[in-house]
Design a protein around this ligand. Structure first.
Ligand code: ATP
Length: 315
């Protein structure tokens, strides 16, 4: 197993008969969640991935599970909760810079995850665990479960990758800041956006934010700057890896998850840092050109084609 992640996935409803939720009478239904998006991205790039979660004993839970299994992700650690339901959310894309999300996930099946749901032997097989700041926001037991998973990773010399994925709708700012800082301090690799860095450390300067994350415990920080690409920081060096030009951004949601998948994939392939971040930029750029949170995530062949076609354009 290359990567194991933990988190909630939900049914996602998008308005069809009107772009606005308040007028739409018909909706299309897909499935999505940050951690399973990363898992899908990694699996498409040829890596072996496990997803730890819970679903309700309901039709959406059954559909969700078979969808994620169908993407080739190991779902052997996904449990079915007999009482709590699978969560859902509605996503309205007015245009690429105006996306609205409304959740119906309070008390959902994944928010019932507990420390006893973790199988240490299963997690110990991974090279990396992937954690987001969404899972600990779901409930106190989810917070404890995430912290236990990090402890298991540390005990077994597994690298912890952390994407803060700040979701202010899910918890108080005070608690969010406290927990995101706590997880960052225990992580090897942190993948923040500038706004998340500012939320956690109270400043926006990219260079000093990178240093703050390093001083806080990470050995690698990769800071996303949207279409401009991403900066990486290690104790030895820091560098901007420019993003790829995209003619039209159709749906920005999922770029960060694709980016995480690309960077982790590059690390798994032992690429030099610059190229690992470049792979993250490429997956992010491909993700924003297709509607949906995971649809644009490329296969290994597609990413190689994308990278070689952009090299040709540069000549
Ligand atoms: P999300 O909305 O998924 O949470 P995020 O805020 O975590 O995203 P972004 O900085 O928006 O992350 O995007 C992640 C990466 O995807 C960027 O660092 C960049 O490489 C790529 N990317 C995002 N938007 C664009 C774009 N418009 N053009 C080219 N590349 C992009």
């Amino acid at each position: 197993m290359d990567v194991i992640t933990i988190g909630e996935s939900m049914a996602v409803f998008s308005p069809e008969s009107s772009p606005l939720m308040r007028y739409a009478a018909t909706y299309s239904r897909k499935f999505g969640g940050a951690e399973s998006n990363v898992a899908i991205g990694l699996t498409r790039l040829g890596h072996e991935v496990g997803w730890i979660s819970k679903v309700g004993n309901d039709e959406l839970g059954k559909g969700l599970l078979s969808f994620i299994r169908g993407e080739g992700i190991d779902v052997s650690q996904v449990k079915v909760d007999e009482i709590a339901q699978t969560g859902l959310y509605f996503k309205e894309v007015r245009n690429a810079s105006n996306v609205k999300v409304e959740y119906y996930r309070k008390g959902s099946a994944p928010s019932q995850l507990q420390v006893t749901d973790l199988d240490e032997q299963y997690i110990a097989q991974a090279k990396y665990i992937h954690i987001t700041g969404i899972t600990p926001a779901l409930s106190e037991s989810c917070y404890e479960t995430v912290m236990k998973m990090i402890q298991i990773a540390k005990d077994n010399d597994i690298k912890v990758v952390f994407d803060p994925n700040l979701r202010k709708k899910l918890w108080s700012e005070e608690r969010a800041r406290e927990v995101l800082l706590e997880i960052a301090s225990k992580s090897d690799i942190v993948l923040p956006g500038i706004s998340e860095g500012e939320f956690m450390f109270g400043e926006r300067d990219i260079e000093s934010l990178g240093q703050k994350f390093l001083e806080h415990g990470a050995s690698l920080v990769v800071m996303k700057v949207g279409e401009k690409g991403a900066y990486y920081f290690t104790k030895e060096q820091s560098e901007l890896v420019p993003g790829f030009h995209v003619d039209q951004v159709v749906d920005p949601v999922g770029a960060g998850d694709g980016f995480a998948a690309g960077v982790i994939s590059g690390l798994l392939d032992h690429l030099p840092m610059y190229q690992a971040v470049e792979r993250g930029n490429a997956v992010g750029a491909m993700a924003v050109q297709i509607p949906g949170d995971f649809e644009g995530l490329p296969s290994r062949t597609e990413i190689h084609q994308f990278l070689s076609s952009t090299e040709l354009e540069d000549i």
